[in-house]
Design a protein around this ligand. Structure first.
Ligand code: ASP
Length: 316
């Protein structure tokens, strides 16, 4: 027993540009992150399992239209939603992942279902949706996933693209939600869920459900959930590379995670960040972007949330 649990969550590296941030929005983002921390903390505090904690935390973020996952998922270039999600537990590397789904209210629960009920680890949309229906998971109609902010972002992005330009607004380019936890038994887990990138090509799959890229957990090293330019996170096997550096080079979580985010990703157009935890409950949340909605809670029940990189902890 480490008897020291911790949980970290993120709501994506696509933070609103500082000049567009208002006090009201800031409060809403801090509150959304805190709600997710509370959902996971409620599990861990009772001696619950790391997997349950990360799934509950991610569901809270998927239900919140502010974040790019579940209800607030961004639109593809053809105006649809295609959501990706994964969950992994660090004891025996059990995994469940799915890509390109729309309908289930909580894509992370579909990933969990796959992890718990299938001998396979990764299902495409049709099979995953059938499994979710058969299992009685909750579904929503298309209009549940339609938010004006995301629709507007799609129109703006398509307009820029037609002019041969790309948006440099991170809030439009990025977003994902995720959680990592170390429970009181030293067990690790990670979960990630996303709508992907605004105006992505239909069928495009990002790093979030790709194990070892956007999601990873192994009790020997760490649990990771990432957010950012998915193609680069996949090419650099970002999450697994952090675990590998810890295992083979003996690096601490903070050193390994920083290296990958600032060097491998940061110097190769891989803007974004991640939340990570090791088996002693140490948390690291590096980013090379202007911000990342994120928060952490440890056993002492102190909740801290952050938006921009250099923010002081917000204890709401
Ligand atoms: N990593 C996500 C993807 O590429 C998007 C993001 O987190 O910004 O699908």
């Amino acid at each position: 027993m480490t008897n020291r649990f911790s949980l970290a969550v993120h709501g994506g590296a696509g933070t609103i540009l500082r000049r567009q941030m208002t006090a009201e929005k800031e409060t809403a983002y801090h509150a959304g992150i805190k709600l997710a921390l509370e959902a996971g903390y409620a599990v861990l505090e009772k001696g619950g399992d790391a997997v349950d904690a990360v799934v509950e935390a991610v569901c809270a973020l998927e239900d919140n239209p502010l974040f790019n996952a579940g209800r607030g998922a961004v639109f593809t270039a053809d105006g649809k939603h295609e959501m990706d999600a994964a969950v992994m537990e660090g004891t025996n590397r059990h995994v469940g992942a799915t890509a390109g789904i729309c309908g289930p209210r909580n894509p992370v629960r579909v990933a969990r279902l796959i992890m718990d009920q299938s001998e396979h680890v990764f299902f495409g949309a049709d099979a995953a949706i059938k499994m979710a229906r058969d299992a009685g998971l909750r579904f929503e109609e298309d209009d549940y996933f339609h938010t004006e902010v995301r629709w507007h972002a799609l129109q703006e992005t398509l307009k820029l693209r037609a002019e041969g330009k790309e948006s440099d607004d991170p809030a439009r380019r990025h977003g994902t939600v995720g959680a990592v936890a170390c429970d009181a038994n030293g067990k690790l887990a990670a979960a990630t869920s996303t709508g992907g990138m605004t105006a992505k090509a239909p069928g495009r799959i990002g790093d979030s459900p790709v194990i070892g890229a956007g999601t990873f957990a192994d009790n020997q090293t760490c649990a990771i959930s990432a957010t950012g330019h998915g193609e680069v996170f996949i090419r650099y096997c970002a999450a697994h590379e952090i675990a590998a550096r810890m295992r083979h080079r003996g690096e601490s979580l903070a050193v390994a995670a920083d290296h990958i985010v600032m060097e491998d990703l940061g110097k190769n157009d891989g803007s974004g960040g991640l939340v990570a935890v090791d088996a002693n409950g140490n948390v690291s949340m590096p980013m090379n972007s202007e911000g990342m909605y994120r928060g952490v809670v440890t056993q002492d029940g102190r909740f801290e949330t952050f938006i921009y990189r250099d923010d002081e902890p917000h204890q709401g």
